[in-house]
Design a binder for this molecule. Structure first.
Ligand code: FAD
Ligand code: NAP
Ligand code: SF4
Length: 667
């Protein structure tokens, strides 16, 4: 497949982009300290080498009050600007273009110096902001303009002004957070003066041709957010003030509607971008949950946007653009929108990386150096850990054989992709499958490897994974395991009790209650997304779900169910359970399972949870007999993934470990 629209150049002011692929802004944690600049430069350079049209950095604050957290990234001095030359130079050396994003966190600043349009605290930060004085707003607009001028001096090809996602500019725009009575608030026209002043002042400093991108909030998805008319008025006024491109943003960080995680349908928000594009004359960039070149091409060819922003997909595969251009889209390592190694890390104050590409943000330290010898490597198990190990070893130049007992690759990940909203996980298996072919790995499916088969290899990597735990409960032989439910070998009845409320118990409860007839439009309706031309902020009353089964989810712990799920996605998984009417029981001890269902004791009281089917999601145990045998026989053997440690296993750890074990192999 070719992508004529995606691969065509675009000129904006004095900048010509080689294609329409924009790597959207995303904080990685490498922006904040100057000693991380070489790592950041290497990270961006790899994406520029991969053919990306335009890279946008993570957000840099125009002053201290706008920090995201204490000592966070800032661009307000010449000295800071000069340090950025290492980044811009590295990108230019690879033929790429790079823009700096200027972001003032406003009340999302995680520090006591935060400021906003008013003193209204955000529901997601503990700090109450101070309200900027009238002069303070004026000074902040000037700080933005100075930061933009400094970015130009630092060699950036463009800037992006962050006007969405609920940060300071958005806080000025929405009545929800702006109750001012001075020149910067009171009416929609006055609320929009702050971004207009920023753009006007910046334009004066950088001249007519330097591209200023403005990230506009198309849907705030919060009560008291903007109406569509207000958004359009703002867009027209910004265009007149000198904005060169509109990038688009969806939802404030505090919104209770998921906007980018896996369960959000692909390109869910494209129609809003198309509506903006029809109204303005400058180029418009679509964003959020666009992760394949096919989808990007579709949007461009339909005339809904001029550019496509993909942040996480470029973290997942730095060569996305080159592969698309060369007709090798089937080799793209697709972002599965899990947030597990990127946003979850950033929100926990850790450096970002990527579940499917652990080299992301570790380009200088996690290196798969070519081997000087042609030694043989056997990998046992084609789950995420084994797949990462086999492809990494082949990439280094080892002669690799991969053994898999099942008829297909994937291991537990093949079960994960059956969960509604995790369909994209199939892309990871498509990627690994193709990568095995391209790299010439010998794949032996339907082959249970034993110690004799492996004796002749120079290195053996055991990735035999996990098996579901079957707990010792009276009558447990009446229950079924989660893998039997998800692989379709068992069809559960109408009333189901689920034992174990970890990640898999929550997923299986969703799988059991979800109505497969639900469409993407239903998804929007369940989350209460409405037309912003009718409903302020794009929020309306949610349409109830129609669960197809009565599900009761049970755990022994007394902590809230799903509390250990991902930082940026767990809340949405928990909300789906609630929307689906899944009954949650904590603090239970299991008495027995019989033909009536699951008997438990809760708070000293015996109860029957009536159920036609009881499903076991009680964790996993490592499958490591083969490893022990090989180690005893003195074979050069390595143990990775769930086979190494079942507790708190996820695909992030499995893939990371599989890659690192190979990077460390001598040769
Ligand atoms: P496994 O996936 O268990 O793979 C081991 C493989 O080894 C299997 O294919 C097995 O057949 C093979 N094997 C075993 N013995 C032999 C032998 N002797 N010879 C040949 N082959 C052998 N993780 C996340 O990070 N995010 C999620 O959102 C997520 N959701 C999930 C949802 C569900 C419903 C499930 C079930 C899992 C989910 N996971 C998720 C967990 C993730 O799938 C696992 O952590 C991951 O698959 C573990 O990888 P692994 O390679 O260590 O083991
Ligand atoms: P888990 O998170 O460890 O949960 C296992 C559950 O089983 C626990 O809730 C535990 O709860 C219960 N349990 C453990 N031993 C039991 C016993 N002997 N009898 C009865 N109940 C028992 O594991 P999982 O749900 O199997 O998930 C495996 C891994 O996959 C997880 O570590 C997770 O990281 C990953 N995963 C991630 C996601 C995601 O969205 N990121 C989704 C799915 C899976 P009590 O002890 O309280 O009863
Ligand atoms: Fe995408 Fe997950 Fe990687 Fe983040 S961690 S870039 S969401 S695949």
């Amino acid at each position: 497949m070719s992508y004529p629209h995606l691969t065509s150049p675009l000129t904006i002011g004095d900048l010509t982009l080689r294609n329409r692929i924009v790597m959207g802004s995303m904080h990685t944690g490498l922006e904040d300290m100057r000693w991380d600049i070489p790592k950041l430069a290497a990270y961006f350079a790899e994406r520029a080498r991969g053919g990306t049209g335009l890279i946008i950095t993570g957000g840099y604050s125009p002053n201290k009050r706008g920090w995201l957290k204490p000592l966070a990234s800032e661009l307000s001095t010449r000295l800071q600007a000069m340090r950025h030359r290492e980044i811009t130079g590295a990108v230019h050396d690879e033929g790429g273009a790079i823009a700096l994003q200027v972001l003032h966190a406003g009340r999302y600043g995680y520090h006591p110096l935060s400021v906003s349009a008013s003193t209204r605290k955000s529901p997601i930060t503990p700090f109450k902001p101070s309200a900027l004085s009238t002069k303070g707003v004026d000074r902040t607009a000037t700080d933005f303009a100075n930061s933009i001028a400094l970015a130009r001096k630092a060699g950036y090809d463009a800037v992006e002004v962050m006007g969405s996602e609920g940060y300071l500019i958005n806080q000025f725009l929405a009545a929800r957070t702006n109750d001012r009575t001075d020149a910067w608030g009171g009416t929609a026209t006055k609320r929009m003066q702050f971004p207009l002043e920023i753009v006007r002042r910046a334009r004066e400093l950088v001249g007519e041709e330097f591209p200023i991108i403005y990230r506009i909030s198309l849907l705030d998805l919060v009560e008291g957010g903007q109406t569509w008319d207000e958004t359009l008025d703002l867009a027209h006024a910004l265009e007149e003030s000198g904005v060169s491109v509109f990038n688009t943003g969806i939802g404030w960080h505090e919104a209770r509607v998921p906007t980018i995680i896996t369960q959000v349908p692909r390109a869910a928000w494209r129609s809003y971008t198309a509506r903006l594009k029809a109204e303005v004359s400058v180029p418009v960039c679509a964003s959020n949950r666009i992760n394949t070149p096919d989808m990007a091409e579709q949007i461009l060819s339909a005339g809904e946007a001029d550019l496509i922003s993909m942040a996480r997909p470029l973290l997942a595969d730095p060569e996305f653009a080159n592969k698309a251009a060369a007709g090798r889209a089937d080799e793209i390592n697709t972002c599965i929108a899990c947030n597990q190694a990127c946003l979850d890390h950033v929100f926990k104050n850790q450096k970002a990386s990527c579940l499917v590409n652990p080299r992301a943000c570790h380009e200088t330290t996690l290196v798969l150096a070519p081997t000087r010898t042609k030694r043989t490597v056997a990998v046992v198990g084609a789950g995420p850990a084994g797949l990462a190990a086999a492809t990494s070893a082949a990439e280094r130049g080892f002669a690799v054989t991969l053994f898999e007992a099942a008829p297909q690759i994937g291991g537990q990940f093949r079960l994960a992709m059956q969960i509604p909203g995790k369909e994209d996980f199939a892309e990871t298996l498509r990627y690994f499958g193709r990568r095995l072919e391209v790299l010439g790995v010998e794949v032996k499916l339907n082959t249970q490897a034993n110690a004799t088969d492996l004796a002749s290899y120079d290195e053996v990597i055991v990735a035999t994974g996990v098996a579901p735990r079957v707990p010792a409960i009276d009558g447990v032989e009446r229950a079924v395991r989660y893998d039997e439910v998800l692989n379709g070998s068992v069809t559960p009845g109408k009333r189901v009790a689920v034992i174990g409320a970890g990640g898999i118990g929550v997923d299986v409860s969703h799988f059991l209650s979800h109505d497969p007839a639900d469409t993407d439009e239903d998804w929007m309706a369940h989350w209460g997304v409405g037309d912003p031309a009718v409903h302020r902020g794009g929020l309306t009353d949610p349409k109830p779900r129609t669960p197809i089964r009565e599900v009761t989810l049970v755990q022994r712990k007394t902590t809230p169910i799903g509390i250990g799920l991902g930082k940026t996605s767990g809340w949405a998984h928990r909300a789906v359970l609630k929307q689906s009417g899944v009954v949650q029981v904590s603090g239970a001890s299991y008495d027995r399972i019989d033909e009536r269902g699951l008997h438990v004791t809760v708070d000293g009281e015996q109860r029957l949870i009536e159920a036609d089917t009881v499903v076991l999601c009680a964790g996993q145990e490592s499958v490591r007999g083969l490893y022990d045998e090989l180690a005893d026989a003195g074979v050069n053997v390595h143990l990775i993934g769930g086979a190494d440690l079942a507790a708190e296993l996820d695909a992030k750890r499995a893939i990371d470990q599989g890659t690192r074990v190979v990077a460390a192999l001598t040769g």
